[in-house]
Design a protein around this ligand. Structure first.
Ligand code: PFF
Length: 449
C-alpha cells in the first residue's frame, strides 16, 4: 500500500469505515418501509436469504478485487486481467453512486429537519395523524427541503475536503455502538406497547401470499443497498485493508451487524405501527410518522428524539462519505486531476441531483418516470437496477474470469489459513446463484417472466 491516497491508518479504521458505510438510512429508514410495503415476514425471509447467498459472496468478490491490488475498480481490473473489458463497469458503479447519493441526501435532509424540530421543541406533542400531515407538509415545502438537502451536501463535502474524513469516521465509530444501544432501548419500549404482538407477527410470520415478484426484487435490491454492494464502494474501501486481515471473517461480521441493525429497526417500528393503528405500507414516510409518536410516549421524549436523530445523522454521513468517495477516487485515478477538482465536480453533480429529488414532492411532483416521481424513481432504479447490475458483473468477474489463485490467496492470506468450505461456497454462489438470480430479475423487468 505505497500509493499516496488518503487512506486509513489502521486495519480497524478501514473495517470500521466499511461498517460505517453499510449502516445508514438503508437500515433504519429504507428497510422498515420496504418491509412494510411488501407485507413483512416473507419479504424479510427473502431478504435474509439474499444476504447469505448473494450479499456475503458479493462482498467477498469486491474485497478480493480491492485488497489484492490495493486499487479502485478500474485500476484493479487492469492489474488483475490486463485488457479486460470488465473495467468499463467502473462507470456503472460511479454513475450508480452519484444517483444514489443524490436522492439519499434528501433523506439526510429530512433527518436534519427532524433533528432541528426535535431540538426546538416543535416536533413532539401531536397525534399520530398529525405527524403524517406534518411530514407531508414538510416535504411539500420546496424551500425547507432544498435548504436542508444543500446543507447536508455542504457538510458532507466539507468533511471530505478538510481531510477530516477519518476523524468523522472515528467519531461515528463511537456513535454507532450508541445508536445500537439506543435501538435496543427503543425495541424494549415498542415491545411493551399495547398490541405490540401484532407488529411482531407482521415482521416474523412468513406468508408468501403477501409477496409478489416485485417484493422479491425489492428484497434483493435492499440487500445490495444495505451492504453497499455493486457500486464499487467496497472495492475502494477494501483497497485499504491490510494484507493480513481475514476477509471472510470481516465480510460476515459486517453483514451480521448490518442485518442486526435492520431487524432491530423493524422491531422498533412495527409493534408501534400496529399499536397506534397506523398503516405499515405508508412508504418512505413511515419512520418519520412513527418515530415522533414513539418518542412522545416515552418519558423525556425530546431528549430521546434529539439523541436519536444526531446518531442517525452520523450513521448517514458515513454512508454518503463512502458514496462520494467513489466518483472522487475515480476522477482522480482516471483523469489525473487534483482531489480538489474531483471533489468540486462530484459535489456539483450530486447536489444537482439532490435538489431535483428534493423538489419531487413539490414543484416537480408532476414529473414521472416509470410512474414514479423523481425521488421514488431513483430509490427504485438505484438499488434495484444499478446495484444489481454492478453485483452481477463483480460476481461473474470473480466467479468466472479471475484467476482462482488470486481468490485462494485472498481467502487464505497467501496460504496462512485454510478455506476448505469457504472457497467452494463463495465460488458456487458467485458462479451460479448470484448471476442466475440477478438475470431472472432482469428478465422480469423486460417482461419475459
Ligand atoms: N449501505 C448504506 C445504507 O444502508 O444506508 C447506503 C450505501 C452506502 C449504499 C454506500 C451504497 C454505498 F456505496
Amino acid at each position: 500500500m505505497k500509493e499516496k491516497r488518503t487512506g486509513f491508518t489502521t486495519r480497524m479504521g478501514a473495517i470500521a469505515a466499511t461498517v460505517g458505510s453499510a449502516v445508514g438510512l438503508g437500515n433504519i429508514w429504507r428497510f422498515p418501509y420496504q418491509a412494510g410495503e411488501n407485507g413483512g415476514g416473507a419479504y424479510i425471509l427473502v431478504y435474509l436469504i439474499c444476504i447469505l447467498l448473494l450479499g456475503v459472496p458479493i462482498i467477498m468478490s469486491e474485497f478480493i478485487i480491492g485488497r489484492s491490488t490495493h486499487k479502485s475498480m478500474k485500476g484493479a481490473i487492469e492489474e488483475l486481467t490486463p485488457g479486460s473489458p470488465f473495467k468499463l463497469f467502473a462507470y456503472v458503479g460511479v454513475f450508480g453512486a452519484v444517483l444514489i447519493c443524490g436522492y439519499y441526501s434528501v433523506v439526510c435532509g429530512w433527518v436534519i429537519e427532524y433533528l432541528w424540530t426535535s431540538a426546538d421543541g416543535t416536533l413532539l406533542g401531536h397525534t399520530p395523524e398529525q405527524y403524517s400531515s406534518i411530514f407531508t407538509n414538510f416535504i411539500g415545502s420546496p424551500q425547507r427541503c432544498v435548504i436542508w438537502t444543500i446543507l447536508f451536501m455542504v457538510l458532507n463535502f466539507l468533511v471530505l475536503s478538510r481531510g477530516i474524513k477519518n476523524g468523522i469516521e472515528r467519531i461515528a465509530n463511537i456513535m454507532m455502538p450508541l445508536l445500537f444501544v439506543l435501538l435496543i432501548v427503543f425495541c424494549v419500549n415498542s415491545l411493551m406497547l399495547p398490541g405490540s404482538s401484532k407488529g411482531m407477527e407482521f415482521l416474523f410470520n412468513v406468508d408468501f401470499g403477501n409477496l409478489g415478484w416485485e417484493g422479491v426484487v425489492d428484497a434483493m435490491g435492499q440487500a445490495f443497498m444495505s451492504l453497499s454492494l455493486g457500486v464499487t464502494c467496497l472495492i475502494t474501501y477494501s483497497s485499504y485493508f491490510n494484507d493480513d486481515s481475514k476477509l471472510m471473517k470481516d465480510a460476515v461480521t459486517i453483514s451480521a451487524l448490518d442485518t442486526l441493525v435492520a431487524i432491530l429497526s423493524g422491531i422498533v417500528i412495527f409493534p408501534a405501527v400496529f399499536s397506534f393503528g397506523l398503516e405499515p405500507g405508508a412508504g418512505p414516510k413511515l419512520i418519520f410518522e412513527i418515530l415522533p409518536t414513539i418518542f412522545q410516549q416515552m418519558p423525556g421524549g425530546t431528549i430521546w428524539a434529539v439523541l436519536f436523530f444526531v446518531l442517525l445523522f452520523f450513521a448517514s454521513i458515513t454512508s454518503t462519505i463512502s458514496l462520494s468517495e467513489i466518483p472522487i477516487t475515480f476522477l482522480i485515478d482516471e483523469y489525473k486531476i487534483s482531489r480538489g477538482k474531483a471533489l468540486i465536480i462530484t459535489a456539483v453533480l450530486m447536489t444537482a441531483i439532490a435538489v431535483v429529488s428534493a423538489l419531487s414532492f413539490s414543484v416537480l411532483s408532476d414529473v414521472k418516470l416509470l410512474d414514479r416521481n423523481i425521488f421514488d424513481f431513483l430509490d427504485y432504479v438505484g438499488p434495484n437496477f444499478f446495484m444489481l447490475l454492478g453485483g452481477l458483473v463483480t460476481a461473474i468477474y470473480v466467479g468466472w474470469i479471475l484467476n482462482k489463485d488470486v481468490v485462494h490467496d485472498q481467502l487464505t492470506n497467501g496460504g496462512m489459513h485454510r478455506s476448505r468450505f469457504v472457497q467452494p461456497y463463495i465460488i458456487f454462489c458467485l458462479r451460479y446463484i448470484a448471476p442466475i438470480a440477478i438475470i431472472l430479475i432482469f428478465l422480469y423487468y423486460v417482461g419475459v417472466i
